[in-house]
Ligand binder design. Structure first.
Ligand code: PLP
Length: 427
């Protein structure tokens, strides 16, 4: 598959990964060596627009000077203490991040999957100690098409055979329902021993499935009525990606005090963040909740050697500060509208493309071909040749998610690249 279009230089790097690395990914045949803002460069010096942003981790743009400086300074001062001792960074960060998102407590972890695991553990413990569910009986409702990470427990409730097949035996305690289906949620909530509802406000990996406008709020209300924890996995959708601070904020215009202003806000009981929490320079994830939930975890009952380390603390403060300083929520919302408008025009003129959907700068285009065809892959290779990197996701869907620091002029240049590529492809 990778081929004619890779140069000798990049082919050598590709061969190296192929020979010595596990084959658990299928990358586009491009070898990157540098990034800045919305751009990345390959080993031959060719420049590309990055329209993946490392799955929305690099919302603040590559090599952001303020975020990388925070990383460098803290790495030189004190990198890791473990949580066996206090350090002079973690408390500041905990105060900052809980204020920023409006929760009483944070539990710091590293990767998204670890944060989801943390949320599951927290939810179960709450169920036994607060809700009074009998031991080992707690159920968590999840959605078909979900992506919450790659641990054994998380893949056990995936509906994608690639994710779960031959990784059993699977843990129990999960009820799977269709996404964006309030009636199905209502039915599931009527089952005994339900402790939580774990959901992505937009299903990113599945292909940027954007639910009905009021799905999150109705789900929130149903959870409240049933004394069930509403758990939002915003690892991909959070932190300005969808044109609001969190996707559960809906259409509110506020920057960070959502709960005060918005009647579209579906405030989760447990909020899961990762990816852009560090601007992509370091693995930083977090679980946020109020005391009545978070305090069920006592010393020694959960942890992580690296979670909440001094570098992570400093980097996350810097990364969240950049979101405010550079108005990335507003930029994401404005340019997301422009992207979909321009993309719709391109779709209207090209039978190769079927649909654009998304919110803010988390968007996907559905290619008009069978889900088993490689059309989306070949279109991504053609886009790469023309200087824009995007990646197919499930079926024949291409996700477009540039860093949120992209300017209107840059976006217009990108739309021209996309249009030209689609036209060349049709011929
Ligand atoms: C990426 C992602 C995860 C997993 O994050 P990792 O850092 O890769 O473990 C979990 N949930 C969602 C919604 C994601 O997009």
């Amino acid at each position: 598959m990778q081929s004619t279009i890779s140069t000798n230089t990049s082919q050598a790097f590709i061969d190296l990964e192929d020979k010595y690395g596990a084959h658990n990914y299928h990358p586009l045949p491009v070898v990157l060596e540098k990034g800045e803002g919305v751009y990345v460069w390959d080993v031959d010096g060719k420049r590309y627009f990055d329209f993946l942003s490392a799955y929305s981790a690099v919302n603040q743009g590559h090599a952001h000077p303020k975020i990388t400086q925070a990383l460098i300074d803290q790495a030189r001062t004190l990198a890791l203490t473990s949580r066996a001792f206090y350090n002079n960074c973690l408390g500041d960060y905990e105060k900052f991040v809980t204020n920023y998102f409006g929760f009483e407590k944070v539990l710091p972890m590293n990767t998204g999957a670890e944060a989801v695991e943390t949320a599951i553990k927290l939810c179960r413990k709450w169920a036994y100690e607060k809700k009074g569910i009998a031991e080992n009986e707690a159920q968590i409702i999840v959605c078909e098409g979900n992506f919450h990470g790659r641990t054994t427990t998380i893949v056990s409730f995936s509906s994608d055979p690639d994710s779960y097949q031959n990784f059993g035996p699977y843990p129990t305690g999960f009820i799977s329902i269709p996404y964006n289906d309030i009636a199905a949620l209502e039915l599931a909530l009527a089952q005994p021993n339900v402790a939580g509802f774990l959901v992505e406000p937009i299903q990113g990996e599945a292909g940027v499935y954007t639910p009905a406008e009021d799905y999150m709020r109705e789900a929130r209300a149903l959870c409240t009525a049933n004394n069930v924890l509403f758990i939002a996995d915003e690892v991909q959708t959070g932190i300005a990606r969808t044109g609001s601070l969190l996707a559960v904020c809906g259409n509110c215009n506020c920057k960070n005090k959502c709960e005060q202003q918005s009647n579209t806000y579906a405030r989760p009981d447990i909020l899961i963040l990762g990816k852009a929490l560090s601007g992509g320079v370091y693995p930083v994830s977090a679980v946020l909740a109020d005391d009545h939930i978070m305090m069920v975890i006592k010393p020694g009952q959960h942890g992580s050697t690296f979670g909440g380390n001094p570098i992570a603390a400093k980097v996350a403060i810097a990364a969240l500060t950049v979101i405010d300083d550079e108005n990335l929520i507003q930029n994401s919302r404005h340019l997301g509208n422009l992207f979909r408008q321009e993309m719709q025009r391109i779709i209207d003129q090209n039978p190769l493309l079927l649909q654009v959907r998304g919110k803010g700068l988390l968007n996907a285009v559905v290619v008009n071909d069978s889900p088993d065809s490689d059309t989306a892959w070949r279109l991504c290779v053609a886009l790469k040749e023309n200087g824009l990197l995007a990646k197919p996701t499930h079926g024949n869907i291409i996700r477009f998610a540039p860093p949120l620091v992209i300017t209107e002029d840059e976006l217009k240049t990108c739309m021209a690249i996309i249009e030209k590529t689609v036209q060349q492809f049709i011929k």
